[in-house]
Design a protein around this ligand. Structure first.
Ligand SMILES: NC(=O)c1ccc[n+]([C@@H]2O[C@H](COP(=O)([O-])OP(=O)(O)OC[C@H]3O[C@@H](n4cnc5c(N)ncnc54)[C@H](OP(=O)(O)O)[C@@H]3O)[C@@H](O)[C@H]2O)c1
Length: 183
């Protein structure tokens, strides 16, 4: 099993971070995460077994709520997980993306934020998060969202995305974009 956990967030809002801070988060949350997950996928694919656990974030689904490079890096990891899961199904390994909400860890202090500023009911303990992630893995989930009480919300979102799939690459321009229609 490979757990792709290392990650960081940034101190400021989307317009407040320096070029070097943006590069540092992309190097860790995207470049390293992708290289490690793909290396693990190659090794597990050759063995026909194994599991990759990618620690993403609920912010992959809620970019409006936080700094955009962090949430974008987690959307990247969720996207990569969906793609790798297809490879995993073909080659015999499992891929799980875990989407924690706010969790009481050192990441907040490290990025200059106060986790205690959140309402207590929004913050999960790391122990509960890890237990839930492992339960999700036991359930064979490809996406585990420990704080989401109504699993149907995720299923509806996922189904809506898949339903768009056959319509996303066409010879014909959609009617609303045709010049004659726009006049
Ligand atoms: N806490 C939350 O609210 C929350 C919510 C959603 C998702 N997540 C995600 O959960 C994962 C774990 O974060 P955490 O909350 O447990 O934060 P954390 O307590 O700050 O732990 C971060 C981990 O990443 C490692 N790391 C940081 N920079 C690194 C680097 N440049 N190279 C190698 N390793 C590095 C740290 O290793 P060292 O200790 O050796 O520095 C540590 O093990 C992250 O991917 C984070 O984005 C967290």
């Amino acid at each position: 099993m490979f757990v792709n956990n290392a990650g960081m967030s940034l101190n400021g809002g989307t317009l407040e971070n320096s070029a070097s801070e943006i590069e540092a988060i992309i190097a860790l949350n995207i470049t390293a995460a992708a290289r490690l997950a793909i290396a693990a996928g190659k090794a597990f694919g050759a063995r026909g077994k194994g599991a990759i656990v990618n620690i993403a974030s609920v912010l992959a689904l809620a970019p409006e709520q936080f700094e955009g490079v962090y949430s974008g890096s987690k959307a990247f990891l969720l996207n990569l997980s969906h793609a790798l899961a297809v490879n995993g199904r073909e080659k015999g390994f499992h891929v799980q993306a875990v989407l924690p909400g706010a969790t009481r860890t050192e990441i907040w202090e490290r990025s200059g934020k106060d986790i205690d500023a959140f309402p207590a009911e929004m913050v999960m303990s790391a122990d509960d998060l890890v237990d839930a992630a492992l339960t999700g893995l036991d359930r064979g989930e490809e996406v585990t969202i420990p704080p989401l009480a109504d699993e149907g919300q995720w299923k509806a979102y996922y189904a809506a995305r898949l339903a768009m799939g056959p319509n996303l690459s066409r010879r014909d321009v959609a009617e609303r974009y045709r010049a004659s229609e726009a006049v």
